[in-house]
Design a protein around this ligand. Structure first.
Ligand code: SF4
Length: 427
């Protein structure tokens, strides 16, 4: 059987696409199967999921088209209408090989409940230089705008020794950087009998030599003192923290159901930037949430201007069916949300350049990811995007680079043994 797996959305979905591709590699039978791991985080994600399903249906009329994942839970009807033969929700996704085998033989299948994460392991290699390791699923935070927690099932964490075994596999497959991923990493371990913390997990992962680790996204409550210490001491824990802010206004944060105030966010972010060598920050900001007036929006801008994140993922609020916020009054007009989003994007470009400029002249360690217009491009440990020209590099390796100048899409660097090529631009 020829099987292709596609994904939309977050890193967890990307990891699961790899898991499904590995599991379905040996599916028996003739013909073609196309599996789409869908996303339902925004209305746009739903549309993109449906569009991909419809496109596969059109281009492969004889093939079996299967929609799985968050969209299959939250927006199944649309996916069926778009042409999916089979729609399989998150609860059954990990058992897709058995479900497909039964379906192809015209048999029914059982749904025995949510599987534990120890059942989900990958070996790699991933198609990209950076590998992913899912250690957590589910969320009980209940943010009022978010649909993810409704479709991801109960809290589940991967025991540290299981995650370490998987990291060993990924290291053996040649990966030098592993991204530790979850739906809400701040809740890692709460469901396990010994309640290991995220720091315990990372300490266990760090026993695998020759690999550096990066966290995907961590809500502020997850940045504990012990994790901050580990970041400060451990060079193999990448000093980049993607910590979603969403809003810099306490009234909006409370309406969103977030677990922190703007002041708490600022303290955590400032502590991270001050304590961790070479640290940079990324964040999510949501504009146009119901009740966000101009002063509230400006508080978000003001807080971010103070912290100068390297990356800001800007989302315009869109009401999601079945979420409390979809019924909130004081809706923000679309054009206002557009204007705020464009303004924030302009500010964010300036902050990114300020961070990049700060590291010019320094030597950082670049994960070589892909060749692009004659340059080798990758990310440093603190997530600066760097392009290197005129070097014979190997994809997936980590090399020291000296940062020389700002380019259009990131920073230009040179391999350290040619650092003199930087000239005086690096001052
Ligand atoms: S923390 Fe909030 S936004 Fe994140 S998955 Fe949980 S409910 Fe959704």
């Amino acid at each position: 059987m020829r099987v292709s797996v596609y994904f939309l959305g977050c890193r967890v979905n990307q990891y699961e696409a790899q898991f499904l591709a590995e599991q379905l590699r040996h599916l028996e039978g003739l013909g073609e199967v196309h599996v789409v791991n869908t996303c339902t985080v925004t209305a746009l994600a739903d549309r993109k999921s449906r569009k991909l399903v419809a496109q596969l249906r059109r281009e492969h009329p004889e093939a079996l088209v299967v929609a799985v994942g968050c969209g299959a839970n939250g927006a199944a009807t649309g996916l069926r209408r778009a042409g999916a033969d089979l729609v399989v929700g998150n609860q059954d996704k990990a058992r897709l090989p058995q479900i497909l085998a039964a379906y192809l033989q015209g048999q029914a299948w059982e749904t025995p409940g949510w599987p534990g994460l120890a059942e989900e392991q990958v070996h790699g290699p991933f198609p990209r230089a950076r590998a992913l390791l899912k250690v957590q699923d589910g969320c009980t935070q209940g943010c009022t705008f978010c649909r993810t927690w409704q479709v991801r099932g109960p809290l589940r964490s991967k025991p540290p020794h299981v995650a370490r075994g998987e990291a060993e596999n990924l290291s053996a497959a040649g990966h030098r950087e592993i991204v530790v991923s979850g739906i809400n990493l701040a809740q890692y371990g709460l469901d396990l009998p010994e309640r290991p913390s995220l720091t315990d997990l990372l300490r266990e992962l760090l026993t695998v030599p020759g690999v550096r680790y990066r966290l995907t996204s961590l809500n502020p409550e997850g940045l504990t003192q012990e994790l901050l210490e580990l970041f400060a001491q451990e060079p193999r824990l990448c000093p980049y923290l993607h910590m979603p802010l969403q809003s810099g206004d306490n009234r909006i944060l409370s309406r969103m159901g977030r677990a922190y105030t703007a002041e708490e966010y600022r303290e955590k972010a400032e502590a991270f930037l001050a304590r961790v060598p070479k640290a940079t920050l990324g964040t999510d900001a949501m504009v146009g949430f119901p009740g966000e007036d101009e002063p509230a929006f400006l508080r978000t801008v003001g807080l971010l201007a103070r912290l100068k994140p390297l990356n800001v993922h800007i989302f315009r609020y869109s009401p999601r069916p079945g979420t409390p916020a979809a019924k909130f009054p004081e809706r923000v007009p679309k054009e206002v949300a557009h204007r705020r989003s464009a303004f924030l994007a302009t500010q964010a470009r300036g902050w990114a350049q300020a961070v990049q400029r700060r590291f010019l002249g320094q030597t950082l360690n670049l994960l070589v990811e892909e060749e692009e217009n004659g340059l080798w491009v990758g990310h440093t440990e603190n997530y600066l995007r760097v392009g290197v020209s005129g070097a014979d590099l190997t994809r997936g390796t980590i090399v020291p680079v000296r940062l020389c100048a700002l380019g259009e899409n990131g920073v230009q660097g040179v391999i350290i043994d040619r650092a003199e090529d930087c000239g005086d631009r690096s001052s």
